[in-house]
Design a protein around this ligand. Structure first.
Ligand SMILES: [Zn+2]
Length: 586
């Protein structure tokens, strides 16, 4: 139960260290200049160790200098202090997304055809046709976000669908997971993909009954097309980031881990930081590829920046570590599993166990390289077999070179085995490593596709948040944007409700035994997320001395019906004490 922070109770009910710090700061405040800003008459969910709730907060130099009752906070105000009356509204720490591709996702939103809400193949084709009218012959048309689970036909978009409207332009439509996409025939031709092409290592060319490519390319098979597409310009990259930051502010999100970046994205972040426009905590993972040579190149890039928790720009930009892919996707049935994939829930996808996307032995060498250099590793692992390999690798390198605090993570960790769960718990307790960075919104946004592919039994084990809680495993919440929408409120909701978008296989094919309550869900999007950004000393909870990153909401997420959490509205966002979003001013 949350302990209310109110006057005399405060020092009795909260931890002694907090009380001492508050006393010290309260003493200092009288001598020091008054706070620049106070928020009062609110319900401030601090997400501190006791889940305390305060009424007011005082801020100076971007930091929290006091928390307490209205009387205590208002007393600190001086003649120049700006006062914001919350009128009883709820505030939380700025939310943290431990896995969101905000740079690439922003570029997609601004410059590609949006297919994320297309509800039929015909609609996808219509949108492609409309955009192609504005292109010159030969120019690429790029689209993002389709998902067969949301299409009335419940099948892939194919080249045959696209060709009638795109004879003179190559087209590439990325699936919402990013692990597969559809090329039209013009793009297949440029990429030299034909019926005679072999599947590349760790990739799948989808084929029809006559073995001709359908246009759908999975995992590494996508590269033949993607490598032909002109990369975004520096201006587009920068606009993409700014678009995402604006969207994050509207949703009360003030910290993000952007995984899988390269030099152009890093350069764009640095430029925005220099210009004072990076009003967000961003921790990046560098793309490490799937060879030892690519890992060495990534390591060199990582080591050119300060080592976390050191940052550039006062906690705004961190070069956090390396990202490696162990396997593929639960959408494309390419993730590496111990049992065959399903189709349409109960059909078996015979002989398909998925596959590793990096050679498992090479993966192990790559992790050892980073680990020995003291660099954090985040590994994408969806299937149970991939997750086992990843946690065993972490256990091995930590056993050989024991290091506490690198927080190696299992990105997605969709369906961990009992062995993996036990190993995560041990690694966390012993080495401060082995953290799942989990996406509850998968169960919603791509939940119908997922439920069909995992099948009825395995679906119940997906994103096992309650088991994590019971085993003392902490996790970071995340959207994997643009795989699912950016707003973290969807993740808060999905952590509790585990409901799919369309209910193709029932509303709750993942069951509710692995649901957690909003207190745990919020912690995964605040305090636990902060840890995965190496920023737990400065963000993730509202405590004296921490950054004043604060989100104000239209409702109290601790008391409102959980089913409505996804409809929460952020009314104001503060980043380091500055109002970066105010719904009334838009
Ligand atoms: Zn991702």
């Amino acid at each position: 139960m949350p302990a209310e922070i109110d006057g005399c109770l405060r020092f009795r009910r909260v931890a002694p260290s907090f009380a001492a710090a508050a006393l010290f700061i309260a003493g200092a405040v009288r001598a020091a200049p008054p706070p620049e800003l106070i928020l009062f008459h609110g319900r401030i969910l601090t997400v501190d160790a006791q889940d305390s709730i305060a009424a007011g907060v005082a801020i100076r130099d971007g930091k929290i200098v006091a928390l307490g009752t209205d009387r205590e906070i208002l007393r600190l105000a001086g003649p120049t202090t700006r006062r914001i009356d919350l009128h009883g509204r709820t505030a939380t720490p700025g939310l943290i997304d431990s896995h969101a591709h905000i740079a690439d996702g922003g570029v997609g939103e601004l410059y590609h055809v949006d297919l994320s809400d297309a509800s039929s193949v015909a609609e996808v084709v219509r949108r492609v046709q409309a955009r192609i009218a504005a292109l010159k012959p030969g120019e690429w048309l790029l689209g993002d976000g389709w998902d067969e689970g949301k299409l009335a036909e419940r099948r892939y978009v194919t080249a045959a669908d696209l060709d009638p409207v795109s004879a003179h332009n190559p087209v590439w439509l990325t699936h919402t997971t990013g692990h597969y996409g559809t090329a039209n025939s013009a793009a297949l031709k440029l990429a030299k993909i034909s019926a005679a092409s072999e599947d590349p290592p760790a990739g799948t060319i989808d084929r029809d009954a006559a073995r001709a490519p359908t246009g759908v390319l999975k995992e590494s098979a996508q590269d033949a097309v993607i490598n032909l597409i002109p990369p975004p310009t520096a201006l587009q990259q920068r606009n993409g980031i700014l678009k995402s930051i604006d969207d994050l502010h509207r949703e009360g999100v003030t910290g993000v881990k952007d995984p899988d970046i390269g030099q152009p994205v890093w350069d764009a972040y640095r430029e925005l930081l220099r210009e004072g426009k990076l009003s967000e905590h961003v921790c990046v993972l560098w793309h490490a590829g799937s060879t030892l040579a690519s890992a060495q190149a990534a390591l060199a890039s990582i080591q050119r920046a300060p080592r976390p928790p050191q940052s550039l720009g006062d906690g705004r930009l961190l070069s956090c570590g390396a990202k490696i892919y162990m396997d593929g996707s639960g959408g494309g049935r390419t993730a590496w599993m111990t049992q065959e994939w399903h189709k349409n829930s109960t059909d078996i996808d015979r002989g398909n166990f998925g596959y590793p996307s990096t050679d498992p032995e090479v993966y192990r060498q790559m992790v050892a390289l980073f680990h020995r250099a003291g660099v954090h590793v985040g590994t994408h692992a969806v299937g149970d077999r991939a997750i086992d390999w990843v946690v065993d690798t972490y256990a091995q390198v930590l056993g050989e070179t024991p290091t506490v605090g690198l927080r190696h993570s299992i990105i997605h960790a969709n369906i961990p085995s009992d062995h993996a769960l036990k190993t995560m718990a041990e690694l966390q307790a012993r080495y401060d490593a082995g953290y799942p960075e989990a996406q509850a919104p998968f169960m919603w946004w791509i939940g119908d596709t997922y439920a069909g592919n995992f099948g009825p039994e395995r679906a119940l084990r997906l994103v096992p948040l309650n088991t994590y809680l019971k085993m003392g495993i902490r996790w970071g919440g995340g959207s994997d944007y643009p795989v699912t929408p950016l707003a973290a409120r969807y993740g808060l909701w999905a952590s509790v409700e585990r409901e799919t978008l369309k209910g193709t296989y029932g509303a709750h094919p993942f069951g509710t035994a692995e649901s957690v309550d909003i207190h745990a869900a919020l912690r995964s999007y605040t305090a636990w997320g902060a840890r995965q950004l190496f920023l737990e000393d400065r963000i993730g909870s509202l405590e004296v001395g921490k950054d004043a990153d604060i989100a104000v909401w239209d409702r109290d997420m601790y008391t409102m019906p959980a089913a409505q959490l996804r409809n929460l509205k952020c009314t104001m966002t503060l980043f380091q004490g500055r109002v970066v979003y105010d719904s009334k001013r838009r």
